[in-house]
Design a protein around this ligand. Structure first.
Ligand SMILES: C[S@@+](CC[C@H](N)C(=O)[O-])C[C@H]1O[C@@H](n2cnc3c(N)ncnc32)[C@H](O)[C@@H]1O
Length: 234
C-alpha cells in the first residue's frame, strides 16, 4: 500500500519525534487502581514500560496493518483530549494502534471509544492489544462491515475517526450527519492526501459544506488528515 520512500520518511519522523512524546504519554498514564468491571471507565493502573513496549511493537509492524504513523496516533491522542471528546467512533480498527492512542486520551476525558473492523484476524489482534493496553473497559470492538454496523449505533458521537474503506466516505458521512454528529462534533478522515483521489467526492463535498469548518493537514508529509468541525450554530 505504501512506497519504500514513504516508509523511510516515516522512520526519520519517528526518530526525531516519537520517543519523547510516547514517554510523556506513558509516564503520565493515570495511576488509580480499579477493578475491571464491565462498563467501568475509571482510569486503570498500567505499567508505563509495558505500554511503551506494546506501542513500539505495534508501531514496528504498522505497515503490515496499514495503521496510522505514530505521529498521527499522537495527534489523535491530543485531539481527543483537547476537544474533551467523550463518545468517540472509529471506522477501521486494524490491529488497534489508533484505537489505543485514542483510548488512552479517553482515560482523561472519561469517555468511551467504539471501533469497527471487518477483518476477523485484525479484529482478534486488536482485541488482544486493547486488553494488553488495559483499555478493555473503555474500548468496545465490533467485528463487521462498518457501513452496516454503524447504522445500529445510536450515537451521537462527538469525535469520529474515519480510517476504513476510503472510497465510501460519503456513505459514512450520510449516516452520521446530521443526527449522529451534532454541532460541536469533529470528523477526522485519515489519508486525505495520500488517498485523496479515492475520496474525491467526500473532500469536495465537505470543503464546501456550510455547516463545517474543514482543514487538510499532514504531520508526515504524505498521509494527511481532513479535519472538519461542525459549527455550534448549525
Ligand atoms: C488503514 S486500516 C486502519 C488502521 C487503524 N485505524 C490504525 O491506525 O491502527 C483500515 C482498516 O479498515 C478495515 N476496513 C475496510 N473496510 C471496512 C469496512 N467496510 N468496515 C470495517 N472495516 C473496514 C480494513 O480491514 C483495515 O483493517
Amino acid at each position: 500500500m505504501k512506497t519504500r520512500q514513504q516508509f523511510r520518511r516515516r522512520e526519520f519522523l519517528k526518530t526525531i519525534g516519537g520517543t519523547l512524546s510516547l514517554f510523556t504519554v506513558a509516564t503520565h498514564a493515570p495511576s488509580a487502581i480499579v477493578d475491571a468491571a464491565e462498563g467501568d471507565t475509571r482510569p486503570v493502573k498500567r505499567d508505563p514500560a509495558q505500554l511503551r513496549r506494546l506501542l513500539d511493537e505495534m508501531d514496528a509492524k504498522g505497515h503490515r496493518f496499514w495503521s496510522v504513523p505514530r505521529k498521527d496516533g499522537e495527534f489523535l491522542h491530543l485531539l481527543v483530549k483537547a476537544t474533551r471528546a467523550r463518545n468517540v467512533l472509529e471506522l477501521g480498527t486494524s490491529h488497534g494502534f489508533s484505537a489505543i492512542w485514542m483510548g488512552l486520551a479517553l482515560e482523561e476525558t472519561g469517555g468511551r471509544l467504539t471501533t469497527i473492523e471487518i477483518g476477523k484476524e485484525r479484529y482478534d489482534l486488536a482485541r488482544r492489544h486493547v486488553s494488553e493496553a488495559g483499555l478493555s473497559q473503555r474500548v468496545t470492538l465490533i467485528k463487521g462491515d462498518a457501513h452496516v454496523e454503524m447504522a445500529k449505533l445510536a450515537g451521537p458521537f462527538d469525535f469520529v475517526f474515519m480510517d476504513a474503506d476510503k472510497e465510501r466516505q460519503m456513505d459514512y458521512f450520510n449516516q452520521l450527519y446530521p443526527k449522529k454528529l451534532p454541532p460541536g462534533g469533529i470528523l477526522a478522515v485519515h489519508n486525505a492526501i495520500l488517498a485523496a483521489n479515492s475520496m474525491k467526492d467526500y473532500l469536495e463535498m465537505i470543503r464546501k459544506h456550510p455547516d463545517f469548518d474543514t482543514v487538510i493537514l499532514s504531520l508526515t508529509m504524505d498521509d494527511g488528515f481532513c479535519l472538519s468541525y461542525r459549527h455550534r450554530s448549525s
